[in-house]
Design a protein around this ligand. Structure first.
Ligand code: GRF
Length: 206
């Protein structure tokens, strides 16, 4: 990861792809030693696919309908990633839970971004969970993916205050602004070989 060759990324998406765009832009500006080998979507209508095409990044649709279960789907996904020499898998709004088939194939090499300060508010509707709970601060977390839901070792976090007149949408927009900053930064640090996993703690070398 530090030998100078660009790290080969796959970005997995299901929807709009604003985080994908942030990563594309940061690589284009020369800040990350990486190349996006492919974008893979489990939905044929994901707008993120259009973003990939616009930037001449191979875009693959991998829908789940043909597979009997999640492990079979993931086995084909692993083959796709290995065929393309992928070294880091970036989940960017990919709305599927990965099975052990994926997690064991890419140990400490799958990242996710979650719109809350984990371990608070894992799972779906994290912004609503934060508002309903009444916290003064929430944010976003980049973490490695392990066998649980939003439980893997934490790489980076950013704090976002909850304002008096916040709605779920307003809060989500302010959290996304921070996502677009810290996700490319986490990828940059990974590609520069700066992260070292020590149990649950991820240490950052200077
Ligand atoms: C982000 O808010 C992220 O926190 C969550 O899914 C959303 C994806 O948004 N995991 P986008 O597709 O990158 O715009």
């Amino acid at each position: 990861m530090t030998d100078g060759n660009p790290v080969r990324l796959a970005v997995l998406v299901s929807g709009n792809g604003t985080n994908l765009q942030a990563v594309i832009d940061r690589i284009a500006s020369g800040g990350i030693n990486a190349t996006i080998a492919c974008v893979i979507s489990n939905r044929h209508d994901a707008f993120a696919l259009k973003r990939a095409e616009k930037h001449n990044i191979p875009a693959i649709i991998h829908e789940s309908g043909a597979y009997a279960n999640r492990r079979e789907y993931d086995a084909v996904l692993v083959d796709m990633l290995r065929d393309r020499g992928v070294e880091l898998v970036v989940l960017a709004g990919f709305m599927r839970i990965l099975t052990d088939v994926m997690v064991t194939a890419f140990p400490h090499a799958i990242m996710n971004i979650h719109p809350a300060l984990l371990p608070a508010f894992p799972g779906l509707h994290a912004q609503k969970q934060a508002l309903d709970y009444g916290v003064r601060f929430t944010g976003c977390t980049v973490h490695f993916v392990d066998g649980g839901t939003d439980t893997g070792p934490i790489l980076l976090q950013a704090v976002v205050p909850v304002l008096e007149d916040d709605t779920e949408e307003k809060l989500a927009a302010r959290i996304q602004h921070e996502e677009h900053r810290i996700y490319p930064e986490a990828i940059r640090l990974f590609c520069a070989g700066k992260f070292c996993v020590d149990g649950r703690r991820v240490r950052l070398s200077p």
